[in-house]
Design a protein around this ligand. Sequence first.
Ligand code: ADP
Ligand code: MG
Length: 317
Amino acid sequence: MAEFDVIARYFTRPAPPSVAVGVGDDAALLSVRAGYQLAVSADMSVCGTHFFADADPEAIGWKSMAVNISDMAAMGADPRWATLSIALPEIDHDWLHGFSRGLFACADAYGVSLIGGDTTRGPLNIAITIMGEVPTGKALRRDAAQAGDDIWVSGTLGQAALWLQSRLGTMQLSAEDARRFAIAMHHPQPRVALGLALRDLAHAALDISDGLLADLGHILRASKLGAQLDWQALPKPVLTGDALAPALISSVVLAGGDDYELCFTAPLHQRARLSTLSQTLALPLTRIGVVTAAAELSVFDGDKQMPLQQKGYNHFG
Ligand code: ADP
Ligand code: MG
């Protein structure tokens, strides 16, 4: 089977009206609506780094698309189009079938069309570029936080990191917790509806992929500000099994990766609207601290400052 058959069989779908030319020509042609900016982002998923070699291909497909869509959510952009560049060690139909099913399940759930890509032989590697639309000037940038802003986070932090710890054998989860946290790890739900609503409510935003402290640190550096977080307010994993060691909880909540929740800053007068939004979306939104003029990041447990060693995931660390 040739690469063209793989593309035709697994990665070609009818193009929607916004795609004048999709898969099949040298380049795709897209129509961006007037008054909108094109938001573009890329994320690579590498076997052995982002997923285990024996991982369910459908989950790999879902997640490699989901992490890209999450970047659109974090920007306040409406995800529209994606390209897929994939290196495959061999043509394995079972694997390709599962992968493309997961990939399109996620793309369809969020209104994204696959408009092109590249297919080559090589060590399994999945590189997706995502494109979306955001009204001109409305994107949620990292450099837009203001001193005095509340800091908010969606959902729960640390669940995927706990699943990873149990998979690596450094701790044990109950069967029920392992099942729930595996979903957090393999089927993250990009917070697109939240990102769109935040265009008019938030100042700065990003998605948490490398851990809360590391990612919030990006907002603070870009905005030249600091933050004080309230440990007791942070949305932590709720376990049905044995309680975890405090050091493990703080490491997965503050520095565990793979959350794909949004962290954002907003002025105090938006609190009521944000709590209504949380109910509308049926998604917890938690106020976890404040942006400070002093450019330091600290976390307080009551009136005690917590020591911070872990700074989040670093590929070359
Ligand atoms: P070219 O040789 O002109 O670069 P390719 O043979 O690489 O073209 O690809 C043929 C067409 O298939 C192009 O439109 C390309 O965007 C698309 N394509 C290739 N691989 C993929 C893929 N994995 N998913 C979606 N579209 C793909
Ligand atoms: Mg090509």
